[in-house]
Design a binder for this molecule. Structure first.
Ligand SMILES: [Zn+2]
Ligand SMILES: [Zn+2]
Length: 170
């Protein structure tokens, strides 16, 4: 049974970690799904890549929140404090936009087919760190050595802002 929402917006998707401690709901489908082949994502997922479902700001609510930790100069990841499942990733330039680890999304629990409407992955990123033993299937998704160009631009703007601030402070 899907958890009930106090707001009038119906819940489309639910998700949880492997032990079911961390739980979330979403009122919208993700706008896109991206497969990240970076070393951190490989090691955290235990597979050749980690899939992230990108949710617009305000569309995901944590029922039981995960533990957040800074994982790089530009990003914060989260995980379940009980079972260790990776849960999410956010970039500093867009902290409201949530990349949910796509494998944590529950299959349809109410039989209305919403989970089947999640878009197919649109891009493989960080192929410069791809596992040599893994071959990407011909799936029609974009392929990038590092970030997608839109994220690359946003990160450069963030870096510039931080440099300017550091200069002002000195
Ligand atoms: Zn857990
Ligand atoms: Zn990654």
């Amino acid at each position: 049974m899907a958890p009930s929402s106090s707001s009038s917006t119906p819940i489309l998707l639910t998700g949880s970690c492997a032990c079911n401690y961390v739980q979330y709901t979403s009122t919208r489908l993700p706008s896109s799904v991206i497969n990240c082949h970076c070393t951190q994502c490989r090691k955290l997922s235990g597979g050749p890549y980690q899939s992230f479902a990108e949710f617009a700001p305000g569309t995901v609510s944590w029922v039981v929140p995960p533990t957040f930790r800074r994982s790089s100069a530009v990003g914060v990841r989260s995980y379940c404090q009980r079972c260790g499942s990776s849960m999410s990733m956010t970039y500093d330039f867009e902290p409201e936009q949530l990349g949910i680890v796509a494998g944590t999304i529950n299959d349809d629990d109410d039989g209305d087919g919403d989970a089947e409407k999640i878009p197919k992955p649109r891009a493989h990123i960080f192929l410069k760190e791809k596992a040599s033993w893994f071959e990407i299937p011909e799936d029609g998704a974009e392929r990038w050595d590092a970030y997608t160009p839109d994220v690359e631009e946003a990160l450069q703007r963030l870096e510039k802002r931080r440099e300017d601030r550091a200069k002002e402070g000195s």
